[in-house]
Design a protein around this ligand. Structure first.
Ligand SMILES: C[S@@+](CC[C@H](N)C(=O)[O-])C[C@H]1O[C@@H](n2cnc3c(N)ncnc32)[C@H](O)[C@@H]1O
Length: 229
């Protein structure tokens, strides 16, 4: 397990990295890649969408070109401070401090769930994917962007020491273990030689059935549940 696949380490890392995140991020994950992923996500304007590991809001901003409102969840206060500057604290983005593996939302709360660049930090990604299946309505879409496993051995060793990197086969296994079938995996790359991203698009199985008590919990927002920093 990589050093950043530990929630405390990841939180500490982002406490400082949040200050430069928006400057460095475009070299790895840029507008073109995000917009291509948004096409696969295929959201309707009135869809209720959750962005997990929303961070400074790079993907949230793209999502807002397609939907009226986005629920954003992250475990880093530092990252959210940057996002507050872009969107305000109480606007089209509803901020929730929280953990991807233990989402503070009721069953079937969302039509679609997006998560870009965050899975690599989660110690138990399958637990998080199960949570995604729980909070998204049957028939809804789950899209996850993560880092593709490098092909070169020396980079593999480095990657393994830092965080989760996975190929389509491992991605498929994680999604299947979490109860998804027929997940599609796409490889994206900013330019030749740059790190590759793997984008997985899954549908929540219809058989999960609706819960008795749908609806988004709003009692754990960024103001009331800011636990770190
Ligand atoms: C690389 S940033 C991605 C930000 C944004 N989604 C984007 O596309 O640019 C990863 C984010 O995942 C968050 N994160 C890491 N582990 C998390 C966890 N267990 N629960 C919630 N957020 C987490 C980090 O705090 C960070 O903001």
């Amino acid at each position: 397990m990589g050093i950043l696949e530990d929630k405390d380490n990841a939180r500490l890392f982002y406490r400082y990295f949040s200050r430069v995140y928006d400057t460095i991020n475009p070299y790895i994950w840029d507008d073109r890649m995000r917009n291509q992923a948004l096409e696969w996500f295929d959201a309707d304007r009135d869809d209720r969408v959750l962005d997990v590991g929303a961070g400074t809001g790079f993907a949230t901003e793209g999502l807002l070109n397609h939907v009226d409102e986005v629920y954003a969840l992250d475990q880093s206060r530092g990252q959210f401070e940057q996002a507050f500057r872009k969107f305000g604290k109480h606007g089209k983005v509803r901020f929730h401090m929280g953990d991807a593996e233990r989402l503070p939302f009721k069953d079937d709360s969302f039509d679609k769930l997006w998560s870009s660049g965050s899975i690599e930090y989660w110690p138990d990604p399958v637990a998080a994917l199960r949570e995604f299946r729980r909070v998204v309505k049957p028939g809804g879409t789950v899209l996850v962007v993560g880092p593709d496993y490098p092909k070169i051995r020396v980079f593999q060793k480095l990657a393994d020491a830092i965080m989760l990197f996975y190929d389509a086969e491992e991605g498929e296994e994680m999604f299947r273990e979490a109860g998804f079938e027929g997940t599609r995996h796409f490889i994206q790359q900013r330019h030749r030689g740059a790190p590759r991203a793997i984008t997985s698009v899954a549908t929540v199985p219809e058989s999960d059935g609706p819960s008795d008590d749908p609806g988004v919990e709003t009692d754990r927002d960024a103001d009331s549940d800011a636990t770190d920093d």
